[in-house]
Write a protein that binds this ligand. Structure first.
Ligand code: PMT
Length: 400
C-alpha cells in the first residue's frame, strides 16, 4: 500500500519542539511527511533538525524560486492526504480564518483542498481571547478539525490553563481517525462488523415500532475493536451518540435496511450483533397518518416477522465470519433462553443480558453471561465500556 502523506506546517510557538518527535513517530507509523516551517517556527527549532528528520522534505519560503519551481505552494498540499498544523498559533489561526496568504504556510493552507487538522498550542489567555474564539469558531465552520489544546502547565512560569499542544501520539491518532487508518494492535488486519441500537419500523409517516436500546453497548464494542486495531464497520439504528473516530458508520432505520447494510459490509472476520432488532414490522406501512375512526375501537395492526440478521450471518458460508457473536436480551429464564437462542441462531458465542434489570437497556451498565461451547461465564456488573473491553480481550485471546 502507498504510504499516507502528511504535510506538517510548523507554527512559531514553544511547542514547535514537539514536532521533531511528531515527525519521527509519524514515520514509525508508516506516514510519509513533508514539512513547511513558518519564519517564526525557525526561531524555535532549526530547519536543519527538521530537514534531517523529514529526509529533506522541508519547505520554508514562499519566494524561494528553487523551491517554488520544485513544488509550488499549490502542489504542496495537493500531494498530501492531510495537512496538520502544529503548533497552530493564534496568529496562524487568525490568518487562516481570514484567508490571508502572505507566506508559504498560509498560502499553502489557502490553496489546500485536503482535510486540515490543527493542534493549537498557545498561552491560555490567547486561546480564550474573544478574537481567537471567533477565529476557531469560523475555522470549525469551515470544516477544519482540532486536536487539543490540552489543559496543564504552560511554558511560562506559574501559568496553567488550556493551551498546551496535544502530544505527538494524540495528534497522530487524530490523523489516523480522519484518514480511516486503523491503529496497530492485536486485531490489526481484521474486519469487525458490529450492529448496534434499535430499529424503527414505520407504521405510518409519524409512528413506528421501536425499543429502548440506546446503542451504548454496541458503540462501546466498536470503540474497543477500534482500539484493538481492527477495521470496524458499525451498522447502527437510530441513536443519539456519536460513532467513535475512525469507525465506518452505516446508519439505518429498519431491520431490512440493517440486513442490507450488513450484507454490503461483509466479508468480516468477526461479527458482533448487538442491535436490538425489532422482531416484527407493520405488514403495511400507511402512507398517511392513521386516524381514529370514531368507533372507539383501536385500529388493527398486522405484523410481519423481520429477517433475522444474526442467523443470516451465522448460517452463511460465503465466507462466514470466523467468529459470530450474538447478544440475547432476556427478561426471564436468562440462561435457558439464551442457550437455546445460541443454538437456534447458529452463532459461536452469545452474550446474554437480563434486560429486566434497571439501566441495562438504555443505561450505562450491564451484567452479562458469556455462553460458549466451553461453558458459561458470569461477568459482574460493569460499565458498558468495561464489558466491551472484556469481550474484546476474549476475542483477542481467541485469535491468538
Ligand atoms: O443499546 P443499549 O441501550 O446499550 O442496550 C444494549 C442491549 C441490551 C440492547 C444489548 O446488550 C443487547 O442485548 N442486544 C441484543 C438485543 C436483542 O434484540 O436481543 P434478542 O434476544 O431479541 O436477539 C438475539 C440476537 O439476534 C441479537 O444478537 C440480535 O441483534 C439478533 N437479531 C434479533 C432479531 C432479528 N430480527 N435480527 C437479529 O439479528
Amino acid at each position: 500500500m502507498n504510504p499516507k502523506k502528511i504535510l506538517l506546517i510548523i507554527g512559531g510557538g514553544i511547542a514547535a519542539y514537539k514536532t521533531l518527535e511528531l515527525i519521527r513517530r509519524a514515520q514509525d507509523r508508516g506516514f510519509e511527511i513533508s514539512v513547511v516551517m513558518t519564519g517564526a517556527a525557525q526561531h524555535f527549532v532549526t530547519p536543519l533538525s527538521v530537514s534531517t528528520l523529514a529526509k529533506g522534505r522541508l519547505y520554508s519560503d514562499l519566494f524561494d524560486r528553487q523551491e517554488d519551481m520544485d513544488v509550488g505552494h499549490i502542489r504542496l498540499s495537493r500531494q498530501a492526504d492531510i495537512v496538520v498544523v502544529a503548533p497552530a498559533t493564534a496568529d496562524l489561526m487568525a490568518k487562516m480564518s481570514h484567508g490571508l496568504a502572505d507566506d508559504l504556510a498560509s498560502a499553502t493552507l489557502l490553496a489546500n483542498d485536503k482535510p486540515v487538522l490543527l493542534a493549537p498550542g498557545m498561552n491560555p489567555n490567547m486561546w480564550e481571547h474573544p478574537a481567537t474564539r471567533r477565529n476557531r469558531a469560523q475555522l470549525a465552520e469551515d470544516g477544519v478539525q482540532f486536536v487539543g489544546p490540552m489543559a496543564g502547565e504552560m511554558a511560562e512560569a506559574n501559568e496553567a490553563g488550556t493551551g498546551r499542544m496535544a502530544e505527538p501520539d494524540e495528534i497522530l491518532e487524530a490523523v489516523q481517525a480522519i484518514l480511516g487508518v486503523p491503529k496497530a494492535g492485536p486485531l490489526s488486519g481484521k474486519h469487525v462488523l458490529i450492529t448496534a441500537g434499535p430499529t424503527h419500523e414505520p407504521i405510518d409517516p409519524v409512528r413506528y415500532i421501536a425499543n429502548r436500546s440506546s446503542g451504548k453497548q454496541g458503540y462501546a464494542i466498536a470503540r474497543a475493536a477500534q482500539a484493538a486495531g481492527a477495521k470496524v464497520t458499525l451498522v447502527s439504528g437510530p441513536v443519539d451518540i456519536a460513532a467513535p473516530d475512525g469507525v465506518k458508520l452505516v446508519s439505518v432505520q429498519t431491520a431490512r435496511q440493517m440486513k442490507q447494510a450488513v450484507i454490503e459490509a461483509l466479508p468480516a472476520d468477526i461479527a458482533i450483533m448487538c442491535a436490538a432488532v425489532a422482531d416484527w414490522r407493520a405488514t403495511h406501512e400507511a402512507d398517511r397518518k392513521q386516524k381514529k375512526d370514531g368507533s372507539g375501537k383501536p385500529a388493527a395492526l398486522e405484523l410481519t416477522e423481520n429477517p433475522d440478521i444474526l442467523a443470516y450471518v451465522a448460517q452463511q458460508s460465503d465466507p462466514r465470519p470466523a467468529l459470530v457473536i450474538g447478544f440475547a436480551a432476556e427478561t426471564d429464564n436468562l440462561i435457558d433462553n439464551a442457550t437455546s437462542k445460541r443454538l437456534r441462531k447458529g452463532c459461536d458465542w452469545l452474550v446474554a443480558n437480563d434486560v429486566s434489570q434497571e439501566g441495562v437497556m438504555g443505561g450505562d451498565h450491564n451484567a452479562v453471561h458469556l455462553i460458549r461451547d466451553s461453558g458459561i461465564e458470569a461477568w459482574p456488573q460493569a460499565g458498558k465500556q468495561a464489558v466491551a473491553e472484556r469481550l474484546m480481550s476474549e476475542i483477542i485471546q481467541h485469535f491468538q
